[in-house]
Unconditional design. Structure first.
Length: 257
């Protein structure tokens, strides 16, 4: 199993991924990790305020630019692949298209706004019976997604484990799903715009559509392995969701750095 991340030139994301990598390496010294660093002049950053996160990072020894981040990755034995963005994105999630280059069979994708607390190499064995594993998204928990069965909860795609070639197929599907959802060309476009500000949920919904449309064998992470948004008990990976990030940074990283 390999672990992959993607980040752009936004200082807040560089800081978050640096913290995630430090916590990952503390418990997973031998796991192969690849980071795609996308040069896009920050134009595809998410449209939320990130200034408070940057201000907090600047007080501590957390990289906020490429040179410092590159040095950290060398120290942590993390491979960096630098790519230039020339995509018509409308949304930063399409940076994930660079993952088409990944050829490994078992892949764990991790977002930048995460903390890792344990060794995670057991994921490939724990979820060997599934091709796509993630956590339910917030609107997947609170809304019934039209055309999905009641037992199918829409995924959050911040931490995803794939195998059997599903990772590559999923990544190749992202651009069309995201574009169609945004442009009103998909039957769920109107619904998504109504529950997700600026249609930002199309990254997650595109993952759910891919799994549902292609009859992919899916599962959900156990809470002991991945939790999202709220930290209720011990877990291997906490996906904070960016608006909550500072609370967890002060609790888990700054206090114990």
């Amino acid at each position: 199993m390999i672990c992959v991340y993607v980040v752009n030139e936004e200082p807040a994301y560089i800081g978050m991924i640096s913290v995630s990598l430090k916590t990952l390496r503390a418990y997973n010294p031998n796991l192969k990790v690849i980071v795609y660093f996308v040069k896009d002049s920050k134009k595809d950053s998410r449209k939320i305020s990130l200034n408070s996160i940057v201000s907090c990072f600047s007080t501590y020894d957390v990289p906020l630019n490429f040179d410092a981040f590159f040095s950290l990755c060398e120290k942590l034995n993390v491979e960096i692949r630098i790519r230039n963005s020339n995509l018509n994105q409308k949304y930063y999630s399409l940076h994930r298209l660079f993952f088409k280059e990944i050829q490994e069979e078992k892949v764990l994708l991790i977002d930048s706004d995460t903390f890792i607390f344990e060794n995670i190499e057991h994921f490939s064995e724990s979820y060997k019976d599934f091709e796509f594993v993630a956590t339910p998204n917030e609107y997947g928990l609170h809304y019934s997604v039209p055309s999905f069965s009641e037992k199918f909860k829409s995924f959050n795609s911040g931490v995803v484990f794939c195998q059997n070639g599903i990772f590559q197929k999923w990544i190749c599907s992202i651009e069309k799903y995201c574009s169609d959802l945004y442009d009103g060309k998909h039957k769920l476009s109107k619904w998504l715009w109504s529950v997700s500000p600026n249609c930002e949920g199309r990254e997650e919904l595109s993952a759910s559509l891919f799994v549902n449309d292609n009859n992919v064998k899916y599962g959900y992470f156990a809470e002991k392995d991945v939790q999202m948004g709220n930290f209720s008990s011990n877990t291997a990976i906490l996906h904070t969701l960016t608006p909550n990030y500072l609370n967890f940074l002060n609790k888990f990283f700054i206090r114990n750095k």
